[in-house]
Structure formats: structure tokens, C-alpha cells
Design a protein around this ligand. Structure first.
Ligand SMILES: Cc1cc2nc3c(=O)[nH]c(=O)nc-3n(C[C@H](O)[C@H](O)[C@H](O)COP(=O)(O)OP(=O)(O)OC[C@H]3O[C@@H](n4cnc5c(N)ncnc54)[C@H](O)[C@@H]3O)c2cc1C
Length: 498
């Protein structure tokens, strides 16, 4: 007889662990099947900085999520607010109005209560002073709707959720790769998985799939995202190869969302093929709004200052992949080097510097130096310096007359020393997946609910298209993970053991 749990959760990242905690809170016995060995547990979640987008009305809401802020920190910070309307608008604008309205409503309206719930489980939040706020006139001002991160980043989040789950009696089986769903005539009743070269079946009253996207599957990348996506570097875990999606599709789940779309960023050119936990997300290079980015032809190819980096970074990886040789150089002059994020100061960077722009041009590997110098000269001539530079707002300091404009934060590149950093495309996660409803129940190809089957996190389609507002992936996984876990527990109560 297979072992029986009320709820089996497939995956060991943020969405899975939130589902496990929620199911357990509802009184269910829970087994988590995590494909990775314990040393590599936690999926993409472990690789994150732990930034989470959340609705808050005012500083008081932030204080309730971060109760240990000192009086001095409160005094020196302008948190502003980020209301439901702003989160909705960001989702609509960034996804070109394609995000599923019902799922988005749940994501937005439950974001604050879900982070409060996570806090009650032992997750600690902190303001993202280092990356999401600049100090102007003695005060930190937050921008771009992204204010909080988890203490300890992604590893801190996985540790906090795992500890809470174990404390609640959740059983976690590492090195356990789920292979397929077990179904009877009417519903999902278990999972078949492989551990230690042995295939085992576990029976369940409800199953939650939270096994991530397919970004680590080279063949699926080329198949669904298109030519050259097989050449992208993977920013996170090597274990997200589309298994959960595949298992659900075999059970007739409806494919949904932007299957040819993904989240991809500018990433250290010589990074390894998959994420490296020693480095975490520091291979990303996200200060490009203060740079110009040039390709092998010495030409600019995107508006680096189109918007705050939170709203452009996830789509610019695709633009870099489309350049000859799939690389670009970000070029900075001395005026802005102090603004570079901490990820620029790690040892594992492909960086060149020079006192003169001609000297820098000669060092940009793979770039037409003469064309690059013409680009810089034309760019410098086009910068309107009458508008003051302000990194905290979209300052409107822009170029005029260029084919590829720079719409904000346009500074001339004329003051040495100069620095340049080489980047390629790093894929974060895929947008396509399977369809769920607002109960996180999986919908089949005939638009019926598949009884006993729930899904959450990266492997769900329909939430993100084209682009992505920074920090919403974790919030999405937490909100729907919590819902999926509770509903799987309810499903288990309705399904007595066979
Ligand atoms: C470098 C980097 C930085 C990021 N920074 C942020 C950030 O700051 N904020 C933010 O909101 N988002 C960020 N993201 C995106 C974020 O990681 C994801 O949105 C989120 O972690 C997805 O959570 P998940 O639980 O759906 O997937 P994951 O955390 O990837 O978990 C999926 C799990 O499924 C397991 N699995 C896969 N196949 C099987 C199988 N067959 N059987 C059993 N288990 C299986 C995997 O081992 C893994 O544990 C970042 C991503 C990366 C890579």
C-alpha cells in the first residue's frame, strides 16, 4: 500500500513551501517532494534577493511588516505608498493588458495579508535601502513600488519557510523527482516519484504542483521561446525543467499564458550555464539606466532610461540575446560610478576601465571601436542638460534627435575614468504554463476543474506577459501557494482514504 498524506506538494521553492504551510495550518498531513538534494533545495527562490512587491497605504503598513525598524530609520525614510490601483496599473501596463484580470486581482488584493501571514510564520522583512532607494537631501526615498525584501534574501526565505514547515510537522523528501500524477476516474489521487533510483507512489487527497517553469530545459527553450534561446544562461536552479507542467499536461491541464515569453535580464557575460549559489543574483547588472549599452557594431539598441529598472530589466535580456554575438557592453563615466549597485563590485565581472574614452574603446572586446566612438559623440551631443539629473524619479533628462532615444537619466559620457561591463542574456523564468482559477485549482482543456489538483508559482500561465514588475514573482507564488495549500487540504477532507 502506498503511504498516504492528505496533501502532497511537488516542489520545494517559495510557492511550494507556502502551500505546504497553508495546508498544514488547515490541519492536513503534508509531504513535500523536492527534486533537488537538500544542499541545492529551494529552487529559483534560493537565488533571489527576496524582494517582494506588496501593496501598502502608508508607512504604518510598512511598520507592521517590519516592526523592528528603529526611530532613526523611520525618521530618515520616505516610504511613500503603493496602493492597489498602482499595482493593478503596473501589471496592466507591463503585461500590455494581457495579465488575467481575476488572477491579478487576487495577487494585488491579497499581497499585504499574505506577507503579514508569512511574517506570522517567521519570515522577516526589511526595507531595500541598498537597491530601491537613493538618499536625496538626507532622506531615503523609495521608488518603483518595490520596498521590502526578506531578511537573508532568497536563502533566508527558504530557511524561514522550511523551518516553519518542519515545526508544523510537514515531511520534506529531498532528491525526490515527481514523475506523474496518479488519477482515478474522477480525480487526482496521488503522485509517482523517483528517489534513490526507486520509483514510489504516494497517495493524496489533494496535490499541489509548484515545480517551477521550464527555463532550465535547453530543448524546451529553443522549442517554445525560439531561436538562440538555447544559448541563454540560466540565472537560477538547474532543476526547473518543466516537469510539473508536463505532468499537468498529461492530466489534460490546459496550456495557458505566454509560452513564447519569459523573464530575462542582462547577466555577466562569462557566468556559468546555471546559477551559482555562491554568487546568487550578483551576476545581474542592473544599473544600466545610468549607462549607455552598445553592441558589437558599437551601436545602442534600447532606451536604457525608458523607465525605472524594475519595469524594464526583465525584458532587456531578450534585447541583448538578439544582438550579434548575444552580448553588449554597459558603459559608465565617473559621474555615475558611485551609483552602481553592489553587484558591480564582485570579483566575477567582465570589466574594463580606462582614463579616456578612446582608451576604453580599444578595450571593448568584440566591439567596432570607431563606431563606438561615433555613438558616444552623437549621444553626448543629444543630451539635454537643462533638466537636472535625479536618480529617484523619472527625471525626464533625455536625448533628442537620436534613432534610439534615452528618455531619463541621460548624462553625457565624457568624464574619466570610464568603466564598462560585458553582459549577455540570463533567463530567469518562463511565463507560459498551465491554467488555474482563483482557487488555484487546475483547469483542463474542456475548461473544467481537475478535481484534487492545484498549482502555483512559476509554472502557472496567464499572469505575466512580455515583461514583469520586479518583485512580483515571489508575491505571486506566496499568494497562490497559500490559496492552493488551503484548498488542497479542503479537497483532502472531502476525499476519504481509499
Ligand atoms: C537570480 C534570480 C533572482 C530573482 N530575484 C527575485 C526577487 O528578488 N523577487 C522576486 O519576486 N522574484 C525573483 N526571482 C524570480 C523568483 O525566483 C520566482 O518567481 C520564484 O522563486 C518562483 O517560485 P516557485 O516556487 O514557483 O519556483 P522555484 O522556487 O523555482 O521552486 C520550484 C521547485 O520545484 C522543484 N522541482 C522541479 N521539478 C520537480 C519535480 N519533478 N519533482 C519535485 N520537485 C521539482 C525544484 O527543485 C524547485 O525546488 C528571481 C529569480 C532568479 C533566478
Amino acid at each position: 500500500m502506498p503511504r498516504r498524506f492528505d496533501v502532497v506538494v511537488v516542489g520545494g521553492g517559495n510557492a511550494a513551501l507556502c502551500a505546504a504551510l497553508s495546508a498544514s495550518e488547515a490541519g492536513a498531513s503534508v509531504l513535500v517532494l523536492e527534486k533537488a538534494p537538500e544542499a541545492e533545495r529551494g529552487g529559483n527562490t534560493t537565488f533571489t534577493a527576496g524582494a517582494m512587491r506588496v501593496v501598502y497605504r502608508d508607512a504604518e503598513d510598512i511598520y507592521s511588516l517590519v516592526p523592528d525598524l528603529t526611530a532613526e530609520e523611520k525618521e530618515m525614510t520616505d516610504f511613500g505608498s503603493y496602493d492597489e490601483g498602482q499595482f493593478f496599473d503596473d501589471m496592466a501596463r507591463i503585461t500590455e493588458s494581457r495579465a488575467d484580470a481575476d488572477l491579478t486581482e487576487v495577487l494585488v488584493t491579497r499581497s499585504f495579508s499574505t506577507l503579514s501571514w508569512m511574517r506570522s510564520k517567521g519570515v522577516r522583512f526589511l526595507p531595500i535601502y541598498g537597491r530601491q532607494a537613493f538618499k536625496v537631501d538626507g532622506k531615503f526615498t523609495f521608488w518603483g513600488g518595490l520596498t521590502l525584501e526578506v531578511s537573508g534574501g532568497g536563502p533566508g526565505l527558504v530557511e524561514a519557510l522550511t523551518s516553519a514547515a518542519i515545526k508544523d510537522g510537514v515531511e520534506i523528501s529531498y532528491g525526490s523527482r515527481a514523475l506523474e500524477l496518479v488519477m482515478d476516474d474522477t480525480q487526482v489521487v496521488g503522485v509517482r516519484f523517483r528517489k534513490d533510483n526507486k520509483v514510489t507512489e504516494v497517495s493524496a487527497g489533494g496535490v499541489v504542483l509548484a515545480a517551477g517553469g521550464f527555463q532550465s530545459n535547453t530543448e524546451w527553450r529553443a522549442r517554445y521561446l525560439g531561436p538562440n534561446w538555447d544559448l541563454a544562461k540560466v540565472r537560477g536552479t538547474r532543476f526547473n525543467t518543466g516537469d510539473g507542467i508536463s505532468m499537468a499536461l498529461q492530466a489534460n491541464a490546459m496550456p495557458w499564458g505566454h509560452w513564447s515569453g519569459c523573464h530575462a535580464v542582462g547577466w555577466e557575460m562569462n557566468a556559468p550555464p546555471f546559477g551559482d549559489l555562491r554568487i546568487g543574483d550578483s551576476y545581474q547588472k542592473h544599473s544600466y539606466p545610468f549607462s549607455i549599452m552598445v553592441n558589437a557594431h558599437g551601436k545602442r539598441f534600447v532606451d536604457e532610461g525608458a523607465d525605472f529598472r524594475n519595469y524594464t530589466y526583465a525584458k532587456y535580456g531578450r534585447e541583448i540575446l538578439a544582438q550579434p554575438g548575444q552580448f553588449a557592453w554597459q558603459v559608465y563615466d565617473a559621474k555615475v560610478i558611485h551609483l552602481l549597485r553592489d553587484e558591480y563590485r564582485i570579483r566575477e565581472v567582465t570589466k574594463v576601465s580606462a582614463d579616456t574614452i578612446e582608451g576604453l574603446a580599444a578595450k571593448l572586446d568584440g566591439v567596432d571601436a570607431a563606431a563606438f566612438l561615433r555613438t558616444v559623440a552623437d549621444y553626448n551631443d543629444s543630451v539635454g542638460t537643462d533638466v537636472p539629473f535625479n536618480p529617484n524619479i523619472k527625471d525626464g533628462r533625455r536625448t533628442s534627435g537620436l534613432d534610439v532615444p534615452k528618455s531619463n537619466w541621460a548624462n553625457t559620457i565624457d568624464q574619466g575614468p570610464f568603466e564598462a561591463y560585458a553582459v549577455t542574456c540570463g533567463i530567469t523564468f518562463t511565463f507560459g504554463g498551465i491554467r488555474i482559477n482563483t482557487d488555484a485549482a487546475v483547469i483542463d482543456c474542456e475548461e473544467n476543474v481537475i478535481a484534487g489538483l492545484y498549482a502555483c508559482g512559476e509554472m502557472v500561465g496567464g499572469v505575466f506577459y512580455f515583461n514583469y514588475p520586479g518583485g512580483s514573482g515571489l508575491t505571486n507564488g506566496s499568494v497562490f501557494g497559500r490559496i492552493a495549500g488551503a484548498n488542497a487540504a479542503t479537497s483532502a477532507r472531502k476525499t476519504p482514504p481509499a
